[in-house]
Design a protein around this ligand. Structure first.
Ligand code: CP3
Length: 347
């Protein structure tokens, strides 16, 4: 690190400032593709490991050391604040979050308690440990957006169709909005704790929002995500706010308008199109198909070059995947992608 580089390339790209090399990090970089992660996690449940600051710090740092990425993402999960607020939720290996008592009526919504900062004191402690260790490498904090959290709560677990969620949204809109308002409070508190403890950027994961039409997204979801993002902007106006979902090509303008400064796109939408959709005052993040990390290097190399070329026209490009790293990924492929992105001329 030279004495001159005081601001990270990742933060500069998020702010649409010029960079000397294109920044890159990977969603789910701190996870199951790393053998050192699997070893550390042995015998500890996912939620329990999220509550141990030393373990969180070590898992968060592993990919930074091994892959040479430009940012760290806090090791946690979108359901951590729900569990901390008292929701009976478990993360089952190979399945994802499972809710003991699905939320489908006004009484169940009323039973969801607000989150208090001291219930996630371990998250603040993890962030403090990490910012001390990371030096100039930024730490990204995150939360799940109200729709994606609501989908787990209403369905009781992962769902392909989000049918019960959509039925509630349309059939009992007052219950739907009350649920989302509770989730906004929990999400805002969770993010505020991370910001106060020192994260350099936040990402709001609305992973499953792509299941909605644009009209439904704007009507039932965007106002709640906007409430979260504006609460973050109120406490930290200059902190980059990344907004991401899968299959959201048709929602990109609405997701930008919800208050993001960086919009993530999955592999279905070329970055030049994504950039045109969100406009010149937003940076874009993405969008290598994570499946291609399993392809032979020449294929992967060509894809990385294409994505960087498509990112060249955007006001700021943060290289990433179009969704999370798959568990069967060879970490060496990730490291090679980082090397190539850094070797190509920046946008
Ligand atoms: O990006 C990172 O490396 C930071 C850690 C992180 C995790 N979850 C750790 C995790 C992040 C950013 C998340 C966010 C998350 N969690 C999202 C949004 C991002 C996305 O991928 O769309 C969602 C939808 C969840 C809910 C969730 N938690 C799922 C779908 C799963 C996977 C279930 C499985 O095993 O296939 C989890 C568990 C989870 N979260 C793991 C990790 C490393 C796997 C736990 C394990 O190793 O047993």
């Amino acid at each position: 690190m030279t004495a001159m580089s005081t601001t990270s390339e990742f933060l500069r790209a998020c702010r649409r400032e010029s960079v000397t090399r294109r920044p890159v990090w990977f969603m789910r970089q701190a996870g199951r593709s790393l053998p050192e992660y699997r070893k550390l996690r042995e015998g500890t449940t996912m939620l329990e490991s999220c509550r141990r600051p030393e373990m969180v710090a070590e898992i968060t740092l592993q990919p930074v050391r091994r892959l040479g990425v430009d940012a760290a993402i806090l090791f946690s999960d979108i359901v951590v604040p729900l569990a901390a607020a008292g929701v009976d939720v478990d993360i089952q290996p190979g399945v994802g979050p499972v809710i003991a008592e699905p939320v489908r009526d006004a009484d169940a919504v009323a039973a969801i308690r607000p989150l208090a900062a001291d219930q996630v004191a371990h998250v603040a402690e993890s962030v403090r440990l990490l910012t001390a260790e990371l030096g100039d490498t930024p730490l990204i904090g995150f939360a799940g957006a109200p729709f994606t959290l609501a989908s787990y709560l209403v369905e009781g677990g992962p769902s392909r169709s989000h049918a019960r969620t959509k039925a509630l949204m349309h059939g009992a809109p007052e219950v739907w909005h009350a649920l989302c308002e509770r989730l906004v409070q929990i999400t805002v508190e969770f993010l505020r704790v991370q910001v106060a403890a020192g994260v350099s950027a936040v990402q709001l994961f609305d992973s499953w929002a792509g299941a909605l039409s644009e009209a439904d997204y704007r009507r039932y979801v965007a106002p709640h995500s906007a409430a979260v993002l504006s609460a973050v902007a109120a406490v930290a106006p200059d902190l980059p706010r990344i907004h991401f979902g899968v299959g959201t090509g048709h929602l990109l303008p609405a997701m930008a308008e919800a208050g993001a400064t960086v919009v993530g796109a999955d592999w279905r939408t070329p970055l030049d199109q994504a950039s045109a959709a969100v406009g010149p005052d937003r940076a874009v993040q993405g969008n290598l198909d994570p499946a291609l990390l399993l392809a032979p290097w020449p294929v992967l190399e060509a894809e990385v070059r294409r994505i960087c070329a498509e990112g060249d026209g955007t006001p700021g490009h943060v290289f990433n995947l179009g969704h999370g790293v798959l568990p069967e990924t060879d970490p060496d492929a990730l490291a090679r992608v980082v090397e190539l992105v850094h070797a190509l001329p920046p946008a």
